[in-house]
Design a protein around this ligand. Structure first.
Ligand SMILES: Cc1cc2nc3c(=O)[nH]c(=O)nc-3n(C[C@H](O)[C@H](O)[C@H](O)COP(=O)(O)OP(=O)(O)OC[C@H]3O[C@@H](n4cnc5c(N)ncnc54)[C@H](O)[C@@H]3O)c2cc1C
Length: 466
C-alpha cells in the first residue's frame, strides 16, 4: 500500500511555508523568532484545532496553525483503496449523525459537503458465550439482556446530553465497568456482548476502564444503548477531510505543516511556541489541540498545574485497530461482533465484482495484531467467517504513530470526570482543545472535537478581549 496520497491545495501551500521558514532560519544561523505577532497560535490541525482557528479568523483574529504532520485532519485520515481507487479506506473518524450531533450538522450545512447513508446489515453473526450465533444471546439469557439495557439506560438518564458533563452531579458514575455491572450477575453471552461493546467503543480492555464515557455516550444516543450499533450511519463522501479542506480554504487559514511543537513558553504579554527544529512563533494566546496522549512530550513553561500534569504523565487506555479489508466469501452486507481478535466487522462498501470492502475494529488489549498484515487480519476475520478470503488490507497504526500514541482518550476508573474538568481550565494564555478533553457526551468523536474547538475559540476571544 502507498503511504501518501497526492497533496491537497492546503498541503501544497503549507509546504511552501515550511521551506521558506527553514531556509531563512539556516541563513541566520540561529533560532529565528517570527516578527509577526499573532492573536492566537493553534497547535494541531485536526477538527478541534481547525474549528477553533476558523472561528477566530471569522471574528477578525490573526491566527496561525502549526501541525507536526504532513497533512491536516489528524485522526480523520482516508486514502483511496489500492485497486479500487474510487473507494476510500478510512483509517480514523468516519461516521457521524447530523440529527444527534449539532456541531457536525452545522458544519456540514455551512460548507455543503456530501453525505452518504449506510445500508443496513442483512446478516449478523455474534461470537458470545463461546459460540457463534445469529442473535447475540441464547434464549435463557433474554432477561439478562433486558436488565443490562435497562441498567445502562437508567444511568444515562441522569445525564442531560445538551449540557456540559462537568456541570452535572454525575461524578459518582466514574467507576469501573465491573463495579457498574456486578449487581446484575450476567450470563456469559450477555456479559460478552456488553464487554465487547465497551471494548469496541473504547479500544481498551473493558475491565480497566471507567464506565463514565459509556454512560455519557448512551445519553448522547438519546438514552439508547442500541445507539452503539445503530446511531452513527452517515459518512462523508470522500472522507471527513473534505469538510476540513473546505473550512481551511474558505477561511484562508494559515497552516504550517511539518511544524512539530516542542515548547510553549508564556510571558507576561504573550506566548512563544517553539518547534523541534528551532522555529519560534509569537502570539498573544495559544490553543493546544494536539492529542492529550502526546502533551507530556511538550515542554510547558511555566509547567502545567498538577491536576493536568499528573493524568497527562501516563498513557491512556484507548488503543484500537481499524483495518479496511477487501474480502470475498462473506455473506451479503455482513455484520460480525464478539470476542474475536476483531471485536466488530462491518460493511464499508459493496463492490460491483461481488467483493466487499469491510472495516474491522479491534483492541490492542486483546493481543497484538498488525492491522496491515493481510494474513493476520484474515485469521481474525475467519473467527467469524471461516470461508472468508481477505485479498488486501490497508490501515494506519495509530498506536505506533508518535503524533497520536493511541486512538482516543479512555480513562481509568475515577479519572474521567476530573480529567475533563482540569483540561477545560485554561493555563494562563494557553487553552486546551480536542476530542480527548471535550466536556460533552460526544467526547472522543468528531463532534467532540468540533465542540471543543468552538469552546476554545470562545475562551480565547474572552482572553483577547481582556
Ligand atoms: C480508529 C478510529 C476510528 C474513529 N472512528 C470515528 C467515527 O467513526 N466517528 C467519529 O465521529 N469519530 C471517530 N473517531 C474519532 C475522531 O477521529 C476524533 O475524535 C477526531 O478526529 C479528533 O480530532 P482532534 O482535533 O481532537 O484531534 P486530532 O485529529 O488527533 O488532531 C490533533 C493534531 O495534532 C497534531 N500534533 C500532535 N502532536 C503535535 C505537536 N507536538 N505539534 C504540532 N502538532 C501536533 C497531530 O498530528 C494531529 O493532526 C475515530 C478515531 C480513530 C482513531
Amino acid at each position: 500500500m502507498t503511504t501518501s496520497s497526492a497533496p491537497s491545495p492546503t498541503q501544497r501551500r503549507a509546504r511552501r511555508d515550511t521551506s521558506n521558514h527553514s531556509s531563512r532560519s539556516e541563513a541566520e544561523g540561529k533560532q529565528r523568532v517570527n516578527d509577526d505577532l499573532y492573536d492566537a497560535v493553534v497547535v494541531g490541525a485536526g477538527f478541534a484545532g481547525i474549528t477553533a482557528a476558523r472561528d477566530l479568523v471569522d471574528r477578525g483574529r490573526k491566527v496561525v496553525v502549526l501541525e507536526a504532520g504532513a497533512r491536516i485532519g489528524g485522526r480523520t485520515y482516508a486514502r483511496p483503496f489500492t485497486g479500487h481507487e474510487d473507494r476510500q479506506a478510512e483509517f480514523g473518524g468516519s461516521w457521524v449523525n447530523r440529527e444527534l450531533q449539532p456541531g457536525v450538522r452545522r458544519e456540514i450545512a455551512r460548507y455543503g459537503v456530501a453525505i452518504s447513508e449506510d445500508v443496513m446489515p442483512e446478516s449478523a453473526v455474534f461470537l458470545t458465550g463461546g459460540a457463534l450465533r445469529s442473535f447475540p444471546v441464547p434464549a435463557r439469557e433474554l432477561a439478562d439482556l433486558e436488565r443490562v439495557l435497562g441498567h445502562l439506560r437508567d444511568a444515562s438518564k441522569r445525564i442531560a446530553p445538551s449540557q456540559r458533563l462537568t456541570s452535572q452531579a454525575i461524578r459518582d458514575l466514574d467507576i469501573s465497568v465491573d463495579e457498574f455491572f456486578a449487581p446484575l450477575n450476567l450470563g456469559p453471552a450477555t456479559r460478552d456482548l456488553v464487554y465487547t461493546t465497551i471494548g469496541w467503543y473504547t479500544g481498551a480492555d473493558p475491565r480497566e476502564v471507567s464506565i463514565f464515557g459509556t454512560i455519557a455516550q448512551t445519553a448522547g444516543f438519546g438514552h439508547s444503548p442500541y445507539g452503539f450499533f445503530g446511531a452513527l450511519t452517515e459518512r462523508f463522501v470522500g472522507g471527513a477531510g473534505v469538510l476540513l479542506e473546505r473550512m481551511v480554504e474558505q477561511s484562508r487559514l494559515e497552516i504550517r505543516l511539518g511544524h512539530h511543537v516542542a515548547q510553549v513558553e508564556q510571558h507576561e504579554d504573550g506566548v512563544t511556541v517553539r518547534t523541534r527544529d528551532g522555529q519560534a512563533v509569537r502570539a498573544r494566546t495559544c490553543v493546544m489541540a494536539a492529542p492529550t496522549n502526546v502533551l507530556r512530550h511538550i515542554d510547558f513553561q511555566p509547567g502545567l498545574s498538577a491536576d493536568k500534569a499528573k493524568p497527562l504523565a501516563e498513557n491512556h487506555q484507548g488503543r484500537a485497530y481499524k483495518p479496511t479489508m477487501l474480502v470475498r466469501n462473506v455473506p451479503r452486507r455482513p455484520f460480525a461482533f464478539g470476542r474475536g481478535i476483531l471485536s466488530a466487522i462491518c460493511l464499508g462498501y459493496e463492490l460491483a465484482d461481488g467483493t466487499s470492502l469491510l472495516m474491522g475494529f479491534g483492541e490492542q488489549a486483546k493481543g497484538r495484531l498488525d492491522p496491515t498484515d493481510r494474513e493476520q487480519v484474515q485469521a481474525a476475520v475467519r473467527e467469524y467467517y471461516p470461508e472468508a478470503e481477505v485479498l488486501a488490507v490497508d490501515a494506519h497504526d495509530w498506536n505506533t504513530d508518535p503524533l497520536f500514541d493511541g486512538t482516543y482518550r479512555i480513562d481509568r476508573p475515577g479519572e474521567a470526570y476530573d480529567f475533563i474538568r482540569a483540561m477545560n481550565e485554561p493555563e494562563g494564555r494557553v487553552v486546551f482543545a480536542g476530542t480527548d478533553l471535550d466536556d460533552s457526551v460526544w467526547r472522543i468523536w468528531i463532534e467532540g472535537a468540533v465542540n471543543s474547538g468552538y469552546r476554545a475559540a470562545d475562551t480565547i476571544s474572552l482572553l483577547l478581549a481582556r
